[in-house]
Write a protein that binds this ligand. Structure first.
Ligand SMILES: CC(C)(COP(=O)(O)OP(=O)(O)OC[C@H]1O[C@@H](n2cnc3c(N)ncnc32)[C@H](O)[C@@H]1OP(=O)(O)O)[C@@H](O)C(=O)NCCC(=O)NCCS
Length: 459
């Protein structure tokens, strides 16, 4: 257990002389790895500042910067074929080595956070220590509770989450320290403090939004200091006694934690953070990017679409009928939600991991909606290939994620992106700490008008 005022958050210079446990804390582990990374960056800038790693084509500029190697992101790298690696570890690697909760088997947010932040695999003891730290810090300030309670229940839960996260900047350690005047070398310590506080409070905020909108007459439970972050989230939502759903949420939140830096939400957090906005403001901006239907909203769209398919096909759920439904969707000018990806060119390993989870649970194998998802995944790639537009006809993680929640009774699908928002904080906030530790500058790419581009072409 950590002491009440954890040494974890004391500035590095005071911290170095003290130890509170035989187990290295997250902060100590991070502090150990920072100098080597700083040196790596120094050498890259010094020796290879002018090395070319790709070219910029007009198609990159007018095509949403696809494929442009243009930002530094430490926590994970996404290969189009192989999928995501977190500090070199694939999803199956993570499932083997990252400690689960004491009562579970799935990866937990604390283990993933530790890996993303430090590149190291934590011991079970270290994850327990971090869990109690997060539980200790999970309560919301009263004014944020009042603010969230005052919002109209009809306001989209993602809008509410963004409002709540930005309001938490009232207590930003980074902002207060910056106003006081601190050295650049200390930025990361206060950024880390904010990031940990925000990660700790996100489930409480997200659960309060859920209760206000969907369960206004039920009392939200309090945080259990002995539970992990997502165990507590499930508890606060009112599903604490559903062990399968809790385990699913643990896996889902850990796997969704990071997907390299170029995706809209991670990139937004990075861009806003580069102005030295504090982590609360940076991450609230990221949440509004996540709220778009081409990004985080896709999981609710998938469910809506699969349920509409189920309703229309009734008892006639056959591959042929699914195929017809897919064509109907495409001919009406809509995208097939849950398929395609900005980078991936193969089935998403996160989709595969969630499918494997479903295969271990008889109730999910029997679920009509999960069976429909599976049948759709068999048929859709062929249809999308024939359609000939998307560069990736395979399912992405969202093809199944919301449908599992639905099966377990968490049926309010407008809320699903909020769960994604709780998850994505792990990676986006990790990178904010690294951006400050590495002294990354204000992000400021060059834009050009079409006339300016034509002038360049004709030069
Ligand atoms: C994820 C997504 C936004 C990536 O977009 P992208 O990088 O522009 O994808 P592509 O380069 O393959 O797109 C090329 C064309 O195929 C279309 N396309 C891509 N995915 C498609 C899908 N699932 N269904 C139908 N058409 C699709 C695009 O709309 C685009 O059409 P356009 O040329 O008329 O604009 C896109 O695949 C999509 O909209 N998928 C459905 C939503 C979704 O599942 N999002 C969650 C992602 S994790």
């Amino acid at each position: 257990m950590l002491p009440r005022t954890p040494l974890f958050f004391l500035p590095a210079v005071r911290f170095a002389s003290k130890r509170f446990a035989s187990t290295q804390s997250l902060r100590e582990t991070l502090q150990d790895v920072i100098p080597a990374k700083q040196e790596q960056l120094r050498k890259l800038k010094l020796n290879h500042g002018q090395t070319t790693v790709g070219e910029v084509k007009i198609e990159n500029i007018v095509g949403g910067m696809r494929g442009l190697k243009a930002m530094l992101w430490e926590a994970s790298v996404l290969d189009p074929i192989e999928g995501i690696r977190f500090h070199g570890l694939t999803i199956p690697d993570c499932q083997k080595v990252l400690p689960p909760a004491p009562d579970g088997k799935e990866i937990i947010a604390e283990s993933m956070l530790w890996l993303l932040l430090t590149g190291k695999v934590p011991s079970p003891e270290q994850t327990r220590q971090l869990s109690s730290e997060l539980a200790e810090k999970g309560d919301l300030p009263k004014f944020v509770e009042d603010l969230i309670d005052s919002l109209p229940k009809s306001l989209h839960p993602m809008t509410q989450l963004g409002i709540g996260v930005s309001a938490l900047n009232h207590d930003s350690a980074f902002q207060a320290a910056y106003e006081r005047g601190i050295k650049k070398s200390e930025y990361w310590t206060y950024t880390l403090e904010d990031c940990i506080n925000l990660i700790a409070r996100l489930p409480t905020l997200a659960a309060r939004i859920y209760h206000n909108i969907y369960k206004p007459t039920t009392q939200m439970p309090s945080i259990d200091r002995n539970l992990d972050l997502v165990g507590n989230y499930a508890r606060l939502l009112g599903y604490g006694d559903n062990h399968s759903l809790t385990e699913y949420l643990r896996l889902y939140i850990a796997l969704h934690g990071d997907h390299e830096g170029g995706n809209a939400s991670a990139h937004t957090a990075h861009l806003v953070g580069s102005t030295l906005s504090d982590p609360y403001l940076s991450y609230s901006a990221a949440l509004f990017a996540l709220a778009g239907p081409l990004h985080g909203l896709a999981n609710q769209e998938v469910l809506r679409w699969q349920l509409a398919m189920q309703k229309e096909l009734g008892t006639e759920i056959t591959p042929e009928n699914i195929k017809d439904y897919l064509w109907k969707t495409l001919r009406s000018g809509q995208v097939v939600p849950g398929y395609g990806h900005g980078v991936l060119r193969n089935p998403d390993p996160r989709f595969i991991a969630l499918q494997e989870f479903c295969d271990t649970r008889p109730e999910l194998k029997e679920s009509s909606i999960i069976r429909l998802v599976n049948m759709t995944a068999q048929v859709a790639p062929g249809v999308l290939m024939e359609h000939g537009k998307t560069k990736n006809p395979y399912p992405n993680v969202d093809a199944t994620s919301g449908c599992v929640l639905y099966h377990y009774g968490l049926t309010e699908f407008k809320y699903y992106t909020v769960i994604f928002g709780v998850s994505r904080a792990l990676g986006a906030l990790t990178q904010l700490v690294w951006a400050r530790a590495l002294g990354l500058p204000l992000e400021r790419p060059k834009s050009l008008s079409m006339d300016a581009l034509e002038k360049l072409i004709n030069q």
